[in-house]
Design a protein around this ligand. Structure first.
Ligand code: 5GP
Ligand code: ZN
Length: 115
């Protein structure tokens, strides 16, 4: 964990969050400024700066994040309707919090795709 990292503080419980899912590897909580009716952030319980900072030893976290997103989609009842996953990486993508996080968006028909 990194002392000055917002999401590490959320993992440690130093900053409150609305938790949706948690296991040994992953924490998921609602985004404070939702961009869709359902907007959940899914993060590894290890400080990794960004997708660009992933190492081979992190692969279990990556799998567990994907597994968690499927569990959350079932738990929150949007697996059938679908969802969008976004990872902002670095400055051109507008990454604001430098702790790897997956945006899980659901609950509406999404806007235009850019890819
Ligand atoms: P980024 O722009 O880095 O991809 O996404 C950071 C996200 O974190 C934003 O969607 C922002 O709303 C969210 N966020 C920032 N601070 C907090 C906070 O203190 N609590 C929660 N739940 N979300 C936050
Ligand atoms: Zn962190």
């Amino acid at each position: 964990m990194k002392d000055d990292c917002l999401f590490c503080k959320i993992i440690k419980g130093e900053i409150p969050s609305e938790k949706v899912y948690e296991d040994e590897f992953v924490l998921a909580f609602r985004d404070i400024n939702p961009a869709a009716p359902i907007h959940i952030l899914v993060i590894p319980k290890k400080h990794i700066d960004s997708l660009a900072g992933l190492e081979n030893e992190d692969k279990e976290y990556v799998w567990k994040i994907h597994e968690a997103m499927n569990k959350i989609a079932e738990q929150e009842n949007f697996k059938e309707d679908g969802f969008r996953v976004i990872v902002n990486c670095g400055k051109d993508a507008g990454q604001e919090v430098m702790h790897l996080h997956y945006h899980l968006l659901a609950g509406q028909k999404m806007g235009d795709k850019i890819v």
